[in-house]
Design a binder for this molecule. Structure first.
Ligand code: SF4
Ligand SMILES: [Zn+2]
Ligand SMILES: [Zn+2]
Length: 301
């Protein structure tokens, strides 16, 4: 198999693009897809400062590296959740990566915030992943605003986005469907949230990470009940194998035509937000935001 661009021996074949690439041309292809994703959805510009949430996985590391190669002003953010057998290893990967590529890195630990995840798991009888996700989003947002960043970027890829869209569509969940896309937020109290890898699949990002020699974190979180949206991703994978390119069409069609249909909002999504008494974050919970309530519950004997 030959590279579509330079006719050298190909190392990656992409059925969805009906193309094969050598290593050099594949990196250029990946860069073009990231740039198209940023420009077409007005995610951010070269004059803006971008905070990139790093998990230690290949998606977020590939993202921050590619953005820095393209000359964007990026800073990494790692939230150390203190989860035994997982967080310390991921943190090590992120620290080594940022040192090797001379990237700025901010590290926050949930324990310092009074939100130690193992303690929450032990004390509060709530689904840990939903609480943990909420805490991460809260800290990402707070750090982005506190550091004066213009956007907060995450490594969500096309598989994550289409699985979420599929799930929201199966439930016809109007409020989620109106609030999905590669660029969200930027209301008072909320940073702009962007997903520059939205045009690229897990497979495509994994190839980039491999070709760039990115060391990433493998050990799954011991609290994980399995990857999110596993079943839906499997269905979409089969669809893509039978009809290459359909995943990107599904998502792009939603952005161009579907999303506007839900943008008017749906019943129940016009909640009033007010600042939390404790931390000032916007909340619809009344007095205290969800995170400050968790903190309070942890401190209650
Ligand atoms: S699997 Fe759940 S508990 Fe573990 S890091 Fe992810 S969201 Fe948090
Ligand atoms: Zn080539
Ligand atoms: Zn609060």
């Amino acid at each position: 198999m030959k590279c579509r661009i330079c006719k050298a021996e190909a190392v990656v074949a992409l059925r969805s693009h009906n193309a094969a690439f050598c290593a050099t041309c594949y990196k250029a292809f990946f860069a073009r897809q990231v740039e198209r994703g940023i420009v077409s959805q007005h995610l951010f510009t070269h004059d803006e400062r971008v905070l990139v949430a790093l998990s230690g996985g290949k998606d977020s590391l590939s993202l921050v590296l590619e953005l820095s190669r393209q000359g964007y002003d990026v800073t990494g953010l790692y939230i150390d959740l203190g989860i035994p057998g997982s967080s310390a290893a991921a943190r090590g990967v992120v620290e080594r990566f940022c040192t090797r590529h001379a990237l700025r890195l901010i590290i926050k630990t949930t324990a310092d915030e009074g939100l130690h995840i193992p303690l929450i798991k032990e004390k509060l009888h709530r689904p840990i992943c939903s609480v943990c996700g909420k805490i991460k989003r809260y800290l990402f947002n707070r750090e982005a605003l506190a550091g004066g960043f213009d956007a907060l970027a995450t490594g969500h890829n096309l598989d994550d986005e289409t699985a979420r869209l599929f799930s929201n569509t199966l439930r016809w969940d109007g409020s989620y469907l109106s609030d999905q896309g590669p660029r969200l937020g930027e209301e008072p109290g909320f940073a702009r949230r962007v997903k520059p890898l939205w045009r690229l699949t897990e497979f495509e990002t994994a190839n980039y990470a491999f070709l760039m020699g990115i060391e990433h974190h493998y050990a799954p979180c011991p609290y994980s009940s399995g990857a999110s949206f596993t079943t839906l991703k499997g269905i979409l994978q089969r669809l893509e194998a039978a009809m290459p390119g359909r995943k990107l069409d599904f998502y792009q069609g939603f952005l161009q035509r579907g999303r506007t249909a839900f943008a008017q909002g749906s019943p129940g999504d016009d909640q009033q937000l007010a600042p939390c008494r404790q931390c000032g974050s916007p909340t619809s919970n009344g007095d205290l935001c969800g995170i400050c309530r968790i903190r309070e519950a942890l401190n209650t004997p």
